[in-house]
Each structure stands twice: as structure tokens, then as C-alpha cells.
Design a protein around this ligand. Structure first.
Ligand code: N01
Length: 517
């Protein structure tokens, strides 16, 4: 399939909205635009299929650690979830269903990798350039490129010359059979705790390289019975109520992250009990006991991770890897291990630390430069100097304790109103006032102080200088409330033909009578 699978004339005309990426955020935005009667948009997807992280992460055991009723769109509920915590295939299937249900496939250009976006203040248009060198113009761009989609490879001397197979969890090599093999897994994050139990029974031996142990809690997973599914289908309000209850439980846990406290100490004891229930060996138990505050790194849910580590064919090396020679891994504690394959469960390059491609805004401003010391945006969605460039899952909008879909939906509402304001004119752009971005980020970083996330551990939430540019430092409901209304007064409107429009004309909103509540 080639780039621009849509009519070439469309490529030559101007899109109202270009959506980059077809994961949850991109699909959600497309659905919201469709429901609002805005049809002149396209989704630009670099791969041959939709789905983002749920297309890419196919490693054995891949599943969601947020309950499915909450990890799905409130405006596209799925009464057929087969488990409380769905597996990757089912979530990918759900997204494909959404695409079909809202006829989005014909609006998607596959194999279309955007490599740059440049704003022209003379026309108020963005020009997007693809990897193949083609261009298209759009009035607004919605960046839905995902938070965690670029695998991070560890810089281990000798890894490139490893004489076995090595692959990242996000790029699983399904052609390679692990059965009977000696396997090393590097990393102990959310991906590792899923893949280790899935492969441990098949492999000859598994050595887990753990730099930092994780806090692991019980996962209340179970199959959802057909009777329950029928109830959700026939009486959708029951699923809504259940979703609400799951949301409320997650929200109630927010104080655990905002400040290490007596409550977090109590919660830590649940984690320690979970560990001692499955791991009898005191030496192994000690290795697996975290020494940093609960919540500093992502809290993980699993019922089979600790039992897998207690297996005879599994061993835990509690340090990093120094070097690899031939098929031998040398750990920093001096131990060595000969293996056939290495699984890198080493996480992702966090994109909010840099723009995913060249984004050039007003007066030649380059977003990568602006974000060199850590990304920042206003409400995680707009950035001064980059009018009509809209971010989903941008800086400081990641959840520490609830579903990312809740944050995405908050953003879709806000961004939809932004889009309507711009499209009410023929050639308008909305530029964020600098003081809004500055004061918003000062507030974020002030609130970030003394939270569990900045209490002293190494995590992908933080930039190398220790600034948290990824998470929202409060209750998710607060985020919902500040994104509920589009604050037009935070922006200055420029018309390409006649200059600046300082004040908002609220009546323009009526041009787009929302089809949604
Ligand atoms: O990655 P991570 P992940 N030598 O960055 C270790 C989402 N997700 O893919 O902790 C040795 O958490 C590193 O060690 P340390 C979710 O948001 C969601 O597991 O830095 N080790 C760490 O243990 C999650 O948070 C689901 O000391 C090295 C690990 O690699 C995010 O993705 C499922 C190393 C990386 O852990 C990332 O999770 C899976 C080195 N050189 C993922 N370099 C859901 O269920 C790194 N490490 C929704």
C-alpha cells in the first residue's frame, strides 16, 4: 500500500483537520469530528493498520492493566469485553470496530509517515511533509502520535554483536520460538511483568535482570460472563454505572501519589503481603522488595509475576547489565550467563521530552528546541508559537492511577471547541498567549514538588534533570473540569487576510451546533 491512499485531488486541496496517528487519541478525535459534522479531515497513519500501541505491542501476555470498562470510549462502549482486563488482541479489535462503526477507514491514509510540519502565517496553514517527500496542507493538525511508541534500546556494550536473538517487547519476533531456549529479560516495568509469566513455562531458563524492583499489587481480573455481557448490552446504564465505580476507585487512590503519607505506608504493606504470599525464599523476597516510595514508579498489577519468579527455571539478577560478549551477559554484580535470546523490556523513549518530528511554528520557532529542557504546553494541548497545532496526550497529561482514555476524552472536548472556533472563519489561527503557558506550567511544577513521583527514584516520568513533564499532578476530575470549557480568552486569533481579531465572538459557535452533549 502506498502513501496517500485517498484521491490525489484531496492531497492537493486543504484539509480542515489532519490527525497524525490512529491510536486511541486519533480515532477518538476522528469520531468526535464526525459526530460534530466536520468531515474534511484525514487520519495519517505511518503503519499499514490502525491501533497505535495496541497494534504494536504483541508480546506474549500483553494486556491492559486498567479495567476494560474504563479503558474504552464512553461514547463507544463495548458490552462484549471478555475479561475485566482485556488482552492486547481484544483491545486492538475494539479499536478496529470503532473505525468500522464510524466509517473511518476510508478517511485514513496508511503507510503515511509525517516527517515535518511547518506553519505559514501568511495563509494560516500547516504543511505536512511525508517520508516519501509528498506534502499536504491542513488548517489544523491534531497530534495523536501516542505517548509510548518509540522503543528505547539500552546502551549495553557488545549488544549489537550478540550471537543470539535480541528483540524489544514492542517489536516481538513471533518467528522465533522461545521453547526450550535460555532467555534473558532485561527490565521489570509493566511490559516485563506481563511477558515474564507468559514465557517462563515455555523456556528452558529465564534470567531476569532487575535494576529496580517494582511495587506489584493484586490484579482483580476475571472473565466476564455472558449473562453480564447481555446485561450491559440490554441495559447500557449498568455498564455505565460499573465504569463509574471503577473510575471512582482509581480517583480515590490519587492521594497516594500526591504525597507520601501514612496511607501510602499502609498501601505498601499490601504490596509486601502480595510478595510474601507468592515468594517464600527470603533472599528472593528481599531482592524483590522495593526501597522507594509507593507510586514513585508506576504501580503494577499482576497475580502471576511473583509465582513466575519463584519457578525453578527462573532466576533474578538484581542489577543492570555491564556488557555482552558472544552469547554471554555480564551483569554489574560480576555474574555471567550464557543465553540464546535477550528480551528487552526496557520501555520507551518518552516523546513529551521531544517532538516526534520537526515542527516549525511562527517565526521559524522549532518545537524540539523549545522542548529541549522538557516539554511544556497549556493544559497539555496547545503551545505558544504553534497556532492550530493541537496535542493529545501532551506534556503533563498522563495518569498516574486511572485510565488514559479519561484524559484523552477531556482533551477531545476542549480541542473540538478549538477546532470549531477556527473553522468558523475562512483563514483563522488561534495562538496561545505566552503568559498562559508560563503560569500554567509554573502551577504544574509547584504542585509536582513533594509528590511520590519526585520522591527519589528513576522513572520515565522524569527528564534527566528530574522534571516531571509527563503526569498530571492532581485528581483526574480537576483535569476534566479545566478542559470542560474552551477558554477562548487565552488565545489571540489571527486572520490571514485581515489581521488580528482580539475578542471572541461566541455567536460563531452556533455555526457548529454540537451534535454531542
Ligand atoms: O517500560 P518501563 P515498560 N539495563 O520504562 C529497565 C505502559 N504500559 O515497557 O526501573 C537494565 O516502565 C528499567 O529499569 P529501572 C505503562 O505506562 C502499559 O515496562 O529504570 N535495565 C525498567 O525496569 C508503562 O509504565 C501497559 O531501573 C534497564 C524497565 O527497563 C510504560 O508502558 C503494559 C535498562 C523499563 O520499564 C512503560 O512500561 C505495558 C538497562 N540499560 C506497558 N534500561 C498496560 O497494561 C531500562 N531498564 C496499559
Amino acid at each position: 500500500m502506498s502513501e496517500f491512499t485517498f484521491d490525489v485531488n484531496v492531497a492537493e486541496s486543504v484539509l480542515d483537520v489532519a490527525i497524525v496517528g490512529s491510536g486511541f487519541a486519533g480515532i477518538g478525535m476522528a469520531i468526535r469530528l464526525t459526530q460534530s459534522g466536520i468531515e474534511n479531515f484525514r487520519i495519517l497513519e505511518q503503519s499499514a493498520d490502525i491501533g497505535g500501541t495496541w497494534r504494536d505491542n504483541t508480546y506474549p501476555g500483553a494486556a491492559c492493566d486498567v479495567p476494560s470498562h474504563l479503558y474504552s470510549f464512553s461514547f463507544a462502549p463495548n458490552p462484549r469485553w471478555s475479561r475485566m482486563f482485556a488482552e492486547q488482541k481484544e483491545i486492538h479489535g475494539y479499536l478496529k470496530d470503532c473505525v468500522d462503526r464510524f466509517n473511518l477507514r476510508e478517511k485514513t491514509s496508511f503507510n503515511t509517515t509525517i516527517v515535518s510540519a511547518k506553519f505559514d502565517a501568511g495563509t494560516n496553514l500547516w504543511t505536512l511533509t511525508t517520508y516519501a517527500g509528498r506534502t499536504l496542507k491542513a488548517r489544523l493538525v491534531v497530534m495523536a502520535t501516542g505517548a509510548l511508541n518509540r522503543p528505547a534500546y539500552p546502551d549495553i556494550p557488545g549488544m549489537e554483536d550478540f550471537r543470539g536473538r535480541v528483540f524489544h517487547t514492542a517489536e516481538w519476533d513471533h518467528s522465533y520460538a522461545l521453547e526450550g531456549k535460555k532467555v534473558a529479560v532485561i527490565g521489570t516495568g509493566a511490559s516485563a511483568i506481563q511477558v515474564v509469566p507468559a514465557i517462563a513455562p515455555k523456556v528452558k531458563s529465564l534470567t531476569l535482570y532487575q535494576r529496580t524492583p517494582a511495587w506489584v499489587f493484586p490484579k482483580f481480573d476475571r472473565p466476564i460472563k455472558s449473562l453480564e455481557q447481555r446485561l450491559y448490552r440490554l441495559l447500557p446504564v449498568t455498564q455505565k454505572l460499573f465504569r463509574g465505580a471503577i473510575y471512582a476507585a482509581g480517583e480515590a487512590a490519587t492521594p497516594l501519589f500526591l504525597k507520601p503519607s501514612a496511607l501510602s505506608k499502609m498501601a505498601e504493606s499490601i504490596g509486601r503481603r502480595h510478595l510474601s504470599r507468592y515468594v517464600q525464599d527470603p533472599e528472593l523476597r528481599e531482592k524483590l522488595t522495593p526501597t522507594y516510595a509507593l507510586g514513585c514508579k508506576r504501580i503494577l498489577l499482576s497475580n502471576d509475576y511473583y509465582p513466575a519468579l519463584a519457578r525453578e527455571n527462573v532466576s533474578v539478577v538484581s542489577c543492570g547489565v555491564d556488557k555482552i560478549e558472544g552469547r554471554t551477559i555480564y551483569a554489574s554484580d560480576g555474574s555471567k550467563q550464557v543465553v540464546d535470546a535477550i528480551v528487552l523490556a526496557t520501555g520507551f523513549k518518552v516523546p513529551v521530552a521531544s517532538a516526534p518530528f520537526d515542527i516549525i511554528g511562527l517565526n521559524g520557532k522549532v518545537l524540539q528546541d523549545d522542548w529541549k529542557e522538557g516539554a511544556e504546553a497549556y493544559k497539555g494541548m496547545t503551545v505558544t508559537g504553534y497556532p492550530n497545532m493541537l496535542f493529545t496526550m501532551g506534556p503533563n497529561t498522563g495518569p498516574g492511577n486511572t485510565s488514559v482514555i479519561f484524559y484523552i476524552e477531556s482533551q477531545l472536548r476542549y480541542l473540538l471547541n478549538y477546532v470549531k472556533e477556527v473553522l468558523a472563519f475562512d483563514d483563522a489561527s488561534l495562538e496561545l498567549k505566552q503568559e498562559k503557558q508560563t503560569s500554567f506550567n509554573e502551577m504544574i511544577q509547584t504542585r509536582m514538588q513533594n509528590t511520590a513521583w519526585t520522591s527519589g527514584c528513576h522513572s520515565w516520568y522524569l527528564t534527566p534533570s528530574g522534571k516531571n513533564t509527563t503526569l498530571w499532578p492532581g485528581f483526574s476530575m480537576e483535569y476534566r473540569l479545566i478542559t470542560r470549557q474552551f477558554d477562548r480568552e487565552s488565545y489571540v486569533m489571527h486572520l490571514a487576510t485581515s489581521g488580528t481579531v482580539a475578542e471572541s465572538d461566541q455567536s460563531l459557535n452556533r455555526l457548529f451546533e454540537p451534535a454531542l452533549a
